[in-house]
Design a protein around this ligand. Structure first.
Ligand SMILES: Cc1ncc(COP(=O)(O)O)c(C=O)c1O
Length: 404
């Protein structure tokens, strides 16, 4: 049996971490697997009157709740907001309404919906690398990728960590290329004191069940003008401005009224949820601070991440095991994880022949192959974070045996 040679890890006595990991036949830390992610919902009582009013009125779409949600989001963003059926449809419509052509610069370290939205518009994703510490699109790689075919930059606020808005906006202005951000994870975050939602031509958010604010399904777009917001509202309604004569081909990308009721209540919980996730992120980092081979996402001290996900980069020689072995050992402890984002977007089979790569994606490849997202949701108990950390520590302590 491999036993630790030091007397304690941050907050843990020898006894608490030297017990055998479940993958080696020990008792699982969780008898029943915990959730990886759960929506933190308003109570039914908080929603029932508004639900009842929607049903009584019979107006299931295009009504007051969507308008109220947009007004609340506009207050948060400090500029016009448009509600849509989901972030993917919002991204598709934003690219269409901004009249993009040719190539769009985009990171590959993202959920594939980011780049899907370009391909649905007949655009070519031009993938660039990310920064090794923030895991967000690298402004220098963006600058280097610009060529006459590029019509826009599509950044991503990965895991809710704001991308480098100043640098990206400067490049966008200098080259006359609109900056769109897939901020599916970013609602409630801030960059240098300014709310996410207020940057660039458009920022697009997801309100799906895995996000920090939820509507069931749904999305929001922060738009840089009333004119763009109006066009997006027409675009989400087939392209029909109301006279039954479509000026362009839109989608049905409307958010239903019942979803808007949930979204509205969820926005009311946003500050608390973001604060709570920051506390959980701090707890993870602190409790695992002494474990070698673990690196956390760098969040600029002037920014506020939403921690939609809490992910950790594993250095296999230092930790003693690779990402996949750690994921299996955690699963045996009743701890589900996700490999966000593996494979990275540019490796999706569906993209063969449809994409280009600028420079190389060395950082993306390394991070994608070694990253693991740990359980987190806004109402997760800190004692459960502690138990997850305990599992990681004991797996590390027994890594030689597990890896043998
Ligand atoms: C980065 C990113 N972009 C886009 C989406 C798509 O969001 P939606 O499901 O609302 O379309 C997701 C969903 O998780 C995402 O993580």
């Amino acid at each position: 049996m491999f036993l630790p040679t030091v007397s304690c890890y941050n907050n843990y006595t020898l006894d608490s971490y030297s017990d055998k990991p479940a993958i080696l036949g020990g008792t699982s830390i969780f008898n029943e697997p915990i959730a990886f992610n759960q929506p933190t919902l308003p109570t039914y009582d908080a929603l029932s009157a508004a639900f009842a009013a929607v049903i009584a009125g019979g107006q299931l779409t295009n009504d007051v709740n969507v308008a109220r949600l947009e007004a609340k989001a506009a207050e948060l963003f400090g500029r016009p907001a448009v509600a849509v059926s989901c972030c993917t449809s919002g991204l598709i419509l934003a690219a269409k309404m901004l009249g993009l052509t040719g190539q769009v610069i985009v990171p590959s370290f993202t959920f594939f919906a980011t780049s899907h939205s370009l391909i649905w518009n007949g655009l070519e994703p031009l993938f660039v690398d990310i920064e090794p510490d923030s895991w967000n699109i690298d402004p220098q790689a963006v600058e280097a990728a610009i060529n006459p075919k590029v019509s826009a930059i599509l950044a991503v606020d990965v895991f809710g960590n704001p991308s480098h808005k100043d640098a990206l906006l400067e490049i966008s202005a200098r080259h006359g290329l609109p900056l769109i951000t897939d901020s599916a994870h970013g609602i409630g975050g801030a960059y240098k004191g300014r709310p996410i939602g207020s940057f660039g031509a458009a920022e697009v958010f997801s309100l799906s069940p895995t996000k920090v604010a939820v509507a069931g399904e749904g999305g929001l777009i922060g738009a840089d003008s009333d004119e763009l917001a109006d066009r997006l509202r027409i675009a989400r309604d087939y392209g029909n401005a109301g006279d039954y004569d479509c000026r362009f081909v839109g989608l049905n990308a409307r958010m239903p009224e019942l979803n808007a009721v949930i979204g509205l209540a969820s926005l009311g919980m946003l500050d608390d949820n973001v604060r709570r996730r920051n506390e959980l992120a701090r707890a993870y980092r602190q409790k695992l601070a002494d474990v070698p081979g673990l690196t956390w996402q760098k969040v600029d001290p002037l920014s506020l991440s939403t921690y939609k996900d809490i992910s950790v980069l594993i250095d296999p020689p230092a930790f003693g095991l690779g990402r996949d072995a750690l994921a299996s050992a955690l699963a045996a402890e009743g701890i589900p994880t996700r490999k966000y984002y593996w494979p990275p977007a540019h490796r999706q089979s569906a993209y063969a022949g449809l994409i280009s790569i600028a420079g190389d994606l060395t950082v993306t490849e390394r991070i994608s192959a070694n990253i693991l997202s740990l359980p987190v949701f806004s109402h997760m108990k800190e004692t459960d974070v502690e138990r997850v950390c305990r599992a990681v520590i004991r797996i590390h302590r027994h890594s030689a045996l597990i890896g043998a």
